[in-house]
Design a protein around this ligand. Structure first.
Ligand SMILES: *[C@@H]1O[C@H](CO)[C@@H](O)[C@H](O)[C@H]1NC(C)=O
Ligand SMILES: *[C@@H]1O[C@H](CO)[C@@H](O)[C@H](O)[C@H]1NC(C)=O
Ligand SMILES: *[C@@H]1O[C@H](CO)[C@@H](O)[C@H](O)[C@H]1NC(C)=O
Ligand SMILES: *[C@@H]1O[C@H](CO)[C@@H](O)[C@H](O)[C@H]1NC(C)=O
Ligand SMILES: *[C@@H]1O[C@H](CO)[C@@H](O)[C@H](O)[C@H]1NC(C)=O
Length: 365
């Protein structure tokens, strides 16, 4: 029943989410969206997610649905036609997990990232980092440094599928050490101050530092792919292009990382982070270009990390609260009846010992 309530709550949230047209003829950026009310939640639910690109294990987790509008000119008429993006998040106390779900005809072109779909997540790091312009530092490409752009850092995870086999894990690995790259599947860990000042973790305007790492992992899947023991590279394109279905992109990252240079967002249970998600798709089989992405909102979306302590919104923690208060009631009534029983035994005992006191005296006790 409480689960139904939670789902209803999410539904109301989603219904109240109206992306207001933020098109501006003058070319000035404006974002008037009431969707800042949409609070994405990452509940504490350990031990349910396997990072394999498959959505089955996410069924009990409520999702948040968003229209996908062009990032640079968020006009409703130009929304991604394939469908909405459904975003789910959950954490296990150590790692945070994300599932992005988007309807789309299967498109895969081996080795050509721009003719495959692609997704990115973006998080605020610096307190003055804006969603618009990926941090919004005003410095030019040759003057942006970690000093001139201090406070404008954003953290980005970008997954391009051209070399990634469906169902296989990509991202941080033991070979690519010292920066945020991924030579196998192009699931990279990036930070930026603005669209022109964007670097792999560990790299920057003054060169490499070799002390960073790629903290993300992820996998992708499409519902038209057949499930079996596992695809290999030579099975590409893995399914027939043009088949209707849904894309799934699944990611995880530790809540905290070893970053010391403001290149990773740090997440805290009980806190709210600022978040966005982007999607690229080869519409009409035409390769996408870097700025031709769709996003879930024209400003940051709040992402709540809910603890397992029982005071949260989470269906799971509420279940814990409910069962423990019920247990307390049972324990209390049990204690009460034991005390009452002992009391009556004591009274009867006292009454039977004191023959001089009339039996009716007992009622006064
Ligand atoms: C565009 O944005 C500017 C600055 O925010 C504002 O003054 C102007 O009225 C906006 N124009 C339209 C058509 O919304
Ligand atoms: C953010 O901007 C405010 C106001 O301009 C400034 O006082 C503050 O120092 C900035 N924060 C950082 C981390 O640069
Ligand atoms: C990132 O790290 C990998 C592995 O250590 C290395 O091969 C690559 O050259 C580095 N990239 C840059 C741009 O330094
Ligand atoms: C790398 O980081 C260290 C501090 O950890 C700093 O002393 C050094 O100058 C940096 N090197 C480069 C090339 O950025
Ligand atoms: C800024 O970058 C330089 C060079 O990479 C590095 O030595 C320094 O520690 C960085 N400062 C901060 C605050 O990250």
């Amino acid at each position: 029943m409480f689960k139904t309530l939670f789902v209803l709550l999410v539904l109301v949230h989603t219904l109240s989410f109206v992306l207001v047209n933020s098109h501006n003829e003058s070319g000035e950026w404006s974002c008037e969206s009431s969707n800042s009310a949409t609070q994405i939640v990452a509940e504490f639910l350990p031990g349910i997610i396997t990072l394999d690109g498959h959505p089955d294990d996410w069924q009990q987790i409520a999702g948040f649905e968003f229209s996908l509008l062009p990032a640079l000119d968020p006009h409703e008429d130009d929304a991604y036609k394939g469908g909405k993006m459904n975003v789910k998040a959950v954490h296990d106390g150590k790692d945070v997990f994300f599932l992005l779900q988007v309807d789309g005809e299967y498109a895969y072109s081996k080795g050509n990232n721009n003719k495959c779909p692609s997704v990115a997540l973006m998080f605020q790091i610096g307190e003055n980092a804006t969603y618009h312009n990926m941090g919004g530092c005003k410095e030019s490409p040759d003057s942006c440094t970690n000093k001139t752009c201090r406070g404008h850092e954003v953290d980005i995870m970008h997954f391009s599928l051209g070399t990634a086999i469906p169902g296989r894990l990509y991202g941080g690995n033991l070979v690519d050490v010292g920066n945020g790259s991924d030579r196998f599947g192009h699931l990279v860990d990036v930070y930026s101050w603005s669209p022109h000042c964007r670097y792999l973790d560990g790299l920057g305007p003054s060169g490499a530092n070799n002390t960073a790492q790629n903290d993300w992992k992820g996998a992708w899947w499409h519902s038209s792919l057949s499930v079996h023991s596992g695809f290999v590279d030579e099975d590409s394109p893995y399914a027939s292009n043009g088949k209707k279905g849904t894309y799934y992109f699944e990611f995880s990252r530790p809540l905290r990382t070893m970053d010391r240079f403001q290149q990773d967002a740090q997440f805290k249970i009980g806190d709210t982070s600022k978040f966005s998600a982007a999607f690229w798709y080869p519409v009409d089989d035409k390769p996408w270009h870097g700025s031709g992405h769709y996003t879930v909102s024209c400003d940051w979306l709040p992402l709540d990390f809910i603890g397992g302590g029982g005071s949260g919104l989470a269906a799971n923690s509420r279940r814990v609260v409910i069962s423990s208060s019920w247990d307390a009631a049972v324990a209390f009534s049990l204690l009460f009846s034991v005390v009452a029983f002992c009391l009556s035994v004591f009274v009867i005992y006292r009454a039977s010992m004191r023959k001089d006191v009339p039996y009716t005296e007992m009622n006064r006790l």
